[in-house]
Design a protein around this ligand. Structure first.
Ligand code: PA5
Length: 447
């Protein structure tokens, strides 16, 4: 059952001709994805992943999660990019916004994140928080060699082993990595940590429905079987080309807008719970499409917060943007605006209304203003925020991303541009093996 509706009416008339022109290409794109005949097809394992995930894997992940939940006050997930954003997106969407401000309870560890930056203060403050605490580590890296998580893991593993002892630590570390390659695989095999494999044919940004996302999501107490079920149902709903295939419609509409001169897509939410979902989406589309001198720039805003910071630009700035709004039909809770006898703030006209009724009117008012201001608007309405619906939403965006990349005629599954900064950083840090690059970059910066 579909719990998501896509409406493109307020975008279509901005680029109707271009939209019609993409129909045949979209059919081809879907066929390439389903048959594995397109660019980068070594990395389309995600297309049927959710429907093919064995129940035993889900049980094993839940058992590992239960062990970590029983033995830890904090579980630190170490990873970056695709090895971090999916879990962070789902956990932020489904967990209490203030969960981290409550004291840890038995069997309900706080899930923290590390290795997604190289901030010294962040690292020191995390070390301080974990001092004397019972904690575990999930370390995630497909390549097993990424510098940011490697540094965080070395530091936190050292702390864990000092606090809990090397033997006890073995049960508190789980590694998620390649089946046979990389430094993390070598270490895990030597140390005897429990491991999970990231399938060869699934790239980082498409890996949230593998153990990469599933384990941290299960540790946070969410139902990963429902997440997979939602994704599997969307898999079925977007298998064949046609007007009912919402992934196709979204991919075609954004591509048509791009062809008509709209170069920036803003993913818009009206609940802070979706902030990191947008971060996940930005990586998915940014790394998949931004290449060969092409690609829509994926940006995001959290409304109504950002209407008070970015609203001016969106309403009246350069007309090169379009918006895709994710709107949650109904919140899971109820808060009413109370009556106030003095009414000094003048908002008694809202008394008795749900906070969400005001939010929805802000959303509608914003849409009308932005569309009139020349900003095409697509709207994705989701029934609620739960595992099943998020599973659908994740797969919907993944499938649309694959189609969209093929419509753009790029390989959506590689990321050659990410290597450039690494090469320079290694040269500057004088990493063994980079001697020639070190000499070259030193000459460059010394002029
Ligand atoms: O999508 C991708 O491939 C990247 O964002 C990677 O996920 C990210 O660079 C982390 O790589 P790894 O999992 O190899 O440490």
């Amino acid at each position: 059952m579909k719990s998501i509706e896509l409406n493109i009416q307020d975008a279509l008339y901005f680029a109707e001709k271009q939209y019609e022109a993409t129909q045949g290409e979209a059919v081809e794109a879907i066929t390439k994805l389903e048959k594995g005949t397109g660019l980068g097809s070594d990395y389309i394992g995600w297309v049927n992943l959710a429907s093919q995930t064995p129940a035993e894997l889900v049980e094993k992940i839940n058992a590992t999660a239960a062990r970590l939940r029983a033995n830890c006050e904090y579980v630190v997930c170490i990873g970056i990019g695709g090895s971090y954003l999916g879990a962070k997106a789902v956990n932020t969407a489904l967990s209490d916004s203030f969960a981290d401000y409550y004291a840890p309870k038995p069997n309900e560890p706080k899930v923290l994140y590390a290795g997604q930056n190289i901030g010294e203060e962040y690292t020191a403050e995390l070390q301080k928080l974990l001092e004397g605490k019972k904690f575990g580590i999930i370390v995630i890296s497909k390549s097993g060699t990424t510098t940011e998580p490697a540094i965080a893991f070395r530091i936190l593993r050292d702390q864990l082993e000092k606090q809990a002892g090397t033997e006890v630590s073995k049960d508190l570390i789980v590694a998620i990595t390649d089946a046979s390659k990389g430094a993390l695989r070598t270490m895990a095999d030597q140390e005897g940590w429990e491991t999970y494999v990231i399938p060869d044919n699934v790239g980082g940004r498409f890996s949230v429905l593998t153990p990469v996302g599933l384990l941290p999501i299960a540790v946070a107490g969410h139902d990963i079987a429902k997440l997979l079920q939602g994704a599997a149902d969307m898999e079925k709903a977007t298998e064949h080309p046609g007007p009912d295939n919402m992934a196709e419609v979204y991919a075609r509409m954004r591509n048509a807008l791009y062809r008509s001169g709209k170069k920036i897509e803003l993913l818009v939410n009206y609940t802070p719970k979706l902030h990191f979902f947008s971060e996940w989406w930005k990586q998915l589309y940014g790394e998949s499409e931004g290449k060969d001198g092409k690609g829509i720039f994926p940006a995001s805003v959290d409304n109504t917060t950002d209407l008070h910071s970015m609203g001016q630009w969106i309403q009246e700035g350069e007309r090169s943007i379009f918006e895709t709004v994710i709107s949650v039909k109904k919140p899971a809770v109820s808060v009413l605006v109370p009556e106030n006898a003095a009414n000094l703030d003048g908002i008694n006209y809202l008394a008795g209304k749900h906070v969400d009724e005001v939010n929805k009117m802000a959303e509608l008012g914003t849409k009308i203003a932005h569309v009139e201001g020349g900003v095409p608007n697509m709207r994705i309405e989701i029934d609620r925020l739960d595992e099943y619906v998020l599973g659908q939403l994740i797969y919907f965006f993944e499938k649309a991303c694959g189609i969209s990349g093929y419509l753009l005629d790029v390989n959506p599954f590689n990321q050659p541009g990410v290597e450039a900064y690494k090469k320079n950083m290694f040269a500057l840090l004088e990493k063994p093996g980079y001697e020639a690059e070190t000499a070259a970059i030193k000459t460059k910066i010394q002029g």
